[in-house]
Design a protein around this ligand. Sequence first.
Ligand code: ATP
Ligand code: MG
Length: 416
Amino acid sequence: MLTQAPKGTQDLLPQASYRWQRIEKSMRDICALAGYREIRTPIFEHTELFQRGVGDTTDVVQKEMYTFNDKGNRSVTLKPEGTAGAVRAFIESHLYADTLPCKLYYAACPCFRYEKPQAGRLRQFHQNGIEVFGAKDASVDAEIIALALKVLDANGIDGLRLTINSIGCPTCRKAYLEKLRAYLAPKLPTLCKTCQERFERNPMRILDCKEDADKLTDAPAMLDNLCEDCAGHFEKLQGYLKAMGIEYAIDARIVRGLDYYTKTVFEIITDSPDGTPLTVCGGGRYDGLVEELGGPATPGIGWGMGIERMIMVQDMRGTAPEAPALLDAFVVTLGDEARLEGMKLVNELREKGVKADLDHAARSMKAQFKYAGKIGVKKVIVIAGDELEKGVVKLRDMDESSEAEVARESIVDMLS
Ligand code: ATP
Ligand code: MG
């Protein structure tokens, strides 16, 4: 137990952390180019926020939340996703009073869901995400989709399937839900218990049930029942995607996991090693959510992208980036005086942006060379008694196994 991480969690080890840093950096750079700024919200929130903000008929809220009472006996929940916290912050800090749209992103934000751990499914996972408030035009729907694809592409994850759908708005959904209930009613006894409970309050959720979805392939689709406004929005979105040369497919069966989605929903999907589809990124519009949580009516839209799934796709495709060199230069010393000079030199090198180090384990000179070879450093600088006296260092090129004497005062410039 003591030396085993909790089920469904993973350490990010030093050998792999550069991969996450690259993903995070590309997320930051790409978002900044489109005028997005970062938001960081707490890891835990009042449980009600997710019940209201994600929706209490969703799998996430009904089955997957890490909820507990704190010492003050308040029910708190570790965030299962990023949208609800961002909306809460948007309202609490009156960001709606600033110039809109308010374009936000987060990078590698920890999320927690009590799920059965398996490939690409963890209990603590991490999301890149985008949320935009105060932009109702379909251009922003297309923009955030384009940004998601850019982030994936920048990380060697291209050629995924983009599927889009519209799940309408409260106006057109009302009539549709009646049609859907009429379709579902006779099938209800054959559906799972959760679905039976959802029948009255949120029958669309039933279409998203992993157990029952296959029995419901001929259900009426929201897409065929959109009002004029929603149909127009969906047309415009497609126009923008085409203008940007983004390929997509329409999938009338995507309803997405969260309750407050309106109009556009989309997923970016790949196939896992066993052939089952794996969603790398999912998102949608939530025009009713800010108001639902007590803010002024403000349209919103966003997506979440699983970092562990990105890493998984990189591994599957062999597109993981190469690890950067640990060090550019290693200083080998002999004797106490040389060691003092070595410390000084390493410091100077680092100041000039050269990744440098020296032995900290009291190794013999031979062992220092062996260590330098092991970590694959290309340049080794040798300082011993002779060199100190002559005011030089020896510079060894490990690839070419060549060695040259260099003046102590020029070595830093030479390497930087
Ligand atoms: P799924 O259908 O795979 O359960 P979801 O609809 O629950 O996904 P979202 O709530 O849309 O997922 O979360 C956005 C992204 O976060 C997903 O596309 C996925 O990449 C990632 N994700 C969700 N749940 C997990 C998890 N348990 N482990 C790792 N990544 C996850
Ligand atoms: Mg899920």
